[in-house]
Design a binder for this molecule. Structure first.
Ligand SMILES: N[C@@H](CCC(=O)N[C@@H](CS)C(=O)NCC(=O)O)C(=O)O
Length: 309
């Protein structure tokens, strides 16, 4: 049986390319973990009981502390087990790639929608339209050629980066740059295989890298129930000390009540009181009854923190 380090628990479902990012991080670190499989759409009562309002995937739980978004999952896994590193380029640059990564994702998602939307069950379609307010599901099919051009242009960047014969995007060893890119090639192969073959054709360096990435993406995980993960969160103590950046751009204060929401998709509102304010994250104590006693870490990049009057 796997020995799982410090009860590291990933809450996610495998069909999500963002979950694949988290799996890639665990694979690079060869770190075993526990896993709670979540539904793809609401109701997600157990996940909300963990996060106090966030319904997205992936989420990492370490004891009574909760890490929202693949950005903070990368930072936390690096803290838990520094070697092998996810950040061969230093960290900042690889984390900055998150916005590029989102653009690559959107090009793939729009191709999926233009091909397969009609086959989606209505409930799932309505949920995803709610989730992505910036994409008009009615008209996205009319933009199919443009979306394909965007996907191919992103893929061409990967091929160009690998063209000097390097094994991985940042050099000889795999790192977070690979994790920011590969899940969308994986998504394309799974969701629109024929179109993907065409859009990825003529990129030999990318093809060789894809084979290496497939071989790398192997994880050792132990499935556990949401109830046992929540029991563990309830029983554990939080460890992150309070700290406030006095030069914070929003001048957030200790104990202040805030709402935090992703600024791109509607993955939920986290309400709570401020425990940590830093340039890379805000940590709150959730107000939701079932999530009391936890600390929820939320990235600053891509999340809006709104003081509640
Ligand atoms: N920036 C986030 C994005 C996560 C994200 O958008 N995940 C999608 C799944 S692909 C999601 O949460 N969808 C809503 C849901 O699963 O309920 C991250 O990197 O973790």
């Amino acid at each position: 049986m796997t020995t799982v380090k410090d009860s590291v628990i990933l809450w996610s479902y495998d069909a999500s390319p963002f979950t694949q990012k988290a799996l890639g991080m665990f694979a690079i670190k060869r770190l075993p973990f526990c896993w709670v499989e979540t539904p793809m759409m609401p109701p997600k009562d157990d996940l909300l009981a963990l996060t106090g309002g966030y319904r997205g995937t992936p989420v990492l739980q370490v004891g009574a502390e909760v890490f929202i978004d693949s950005q903070l999952i990368a930072r936390e896994l690096e803290r838990i087990q520094p070697s092998p590193t996810l950040f061969p380029l230093g960290g900042g640059l690889e984390l900055a790639l998150v916005r590029w990564s989102d653009a690559f994702f959107r090009s793939a998602l729009k191709i999926v929608l233009s091909i397969g939307l009609a086959q989606w069950p209505k409930e799932f379609r309505d949920d995803r339209q709610y989730l992505f307010p910036d994409i008009d599901f009615e008209s996205v099919g009319g933009e199919a050629a443009h979306s394909r051009s965007q996907f191919r242009a992103h893929a061409a960047l990967l091929d160009a980066q690998l063209d000097d014969g390097r094994q991985f995007l940042s050099g000889a060893a795999p790192g977070l740059a690979d994790v920011q890119a590969y899940p969308f090639v994986w998504m394309a192969r799974g969701a629109f295989a024929d179109v993907a073959s065409e859009l990825l054709s003529g990129f030999p360096s990318l093809a060789a890298w894809e084979t290496r990435m497939q071989a790398l993406w192997v994880v050792e995980r132990q499935s556990i129930t949401a109830a046992s993960a929540l029991a563990e969160a309830d029983a554990a103590r939080t460890v992150t000390p309070a700290s406030i950046d006095a030069t914070d751009a929003q001048r957030l204060r200790a104990g202040q009540l805030v709402d935090i929401t992703p600024d791109d998709t509607r993955r939920g509102v986290m309400r709570g009181t401020i425990h940590v304010v830093a340039a890379d994250r805000v940590v709150i104590r959730p107000s939701a009854e079932r999530a009391r006693g936890r600390l929820v870490h939320v990235p600053r990049l891509g999340y809006r923190v709104t003081p509640v009057a």
